[in-house]
Design a protein around this ligand. Structure first.
Ligand code: CTP
Length: 152
């Protein structure tokens, strides 16, 4: 039984997340995914749109994922590797080199990220759309007030 372990926030779940998890799952027999809790993200200075309970439920429901566990701190990785008998620890290659110390406990791989998509990019797009919406509402209100003024 070859077990693979990975971690991530998986906010606004997107195609880059799916492809990474599918490719990691294909490396062995069992994929375990640690999903960062809201408290841990707060520590990392990361604010999510989707709350932890929903993010972990989405990850757990994927066909390529066998188990989803909470990620509550940086230090839990070695314990998780030992507890679950992990053979491969894997992350996207934006993390290359960052977890090499885990090579003392299992194989460590960094897989290529999917180009052109990230939770940060989606969050920024949502913000821009929101601002555009506010601008449109302001214009509509200005128009209504000018019509009302004409009747005064
Ligand atoms: N990932 C990927 N391809 C992407 C985005 C993410 O392979 N386009 C991988 C990351 O390398 C990581 C995992 O998905 O191993 C979870 O990453 P996460 O930080 O949750 O996703 P991001 O979209 O990178 O989120 P953010 O922009 O908030 O950092």
């Amino acid at each position: 039984m070859k077990t693979i372990l990975t971690y991530g926030t998986f906010d606004l779940f997107h195609i880059g997340h799916l492809r990474l998890l599918q490719r990691l799952g294909a490396l062995g027999d069992r994929l375990i995914v640690g999903v960062s809790t809201d408290e841990f993200n707060h520590l990392k200075g990361k604010k999510t749109v989707v709350p932890f309970a929903d993010r972990i439920e989405i990850v757990r429901a994927l066909a390529c994922v066998d188990q989803a566990i909470p990620e509550t701190c940086w230090e839990q990785k070695v314990d998780d590797i030992k507890q679950h008998g992990v053979s491969i620890f894997g992350m996207g290659n934006d993390w290359t080199g960052r977890f090499d110390e885990l090579k003392a406990h299992c194989e460590v791989v960094y897989l290529p990220r999917t180009e052109g998509v990230s939770s940060t990019h989606i969050r920024k797009t949502l913000k821009i759309l929101d601002q555009t919406h506010v601008e449109e509402l302001k214009h509509a209100l200005d128009l209504i007030s000018s019509i009302i003024d004409r009747f005064d």
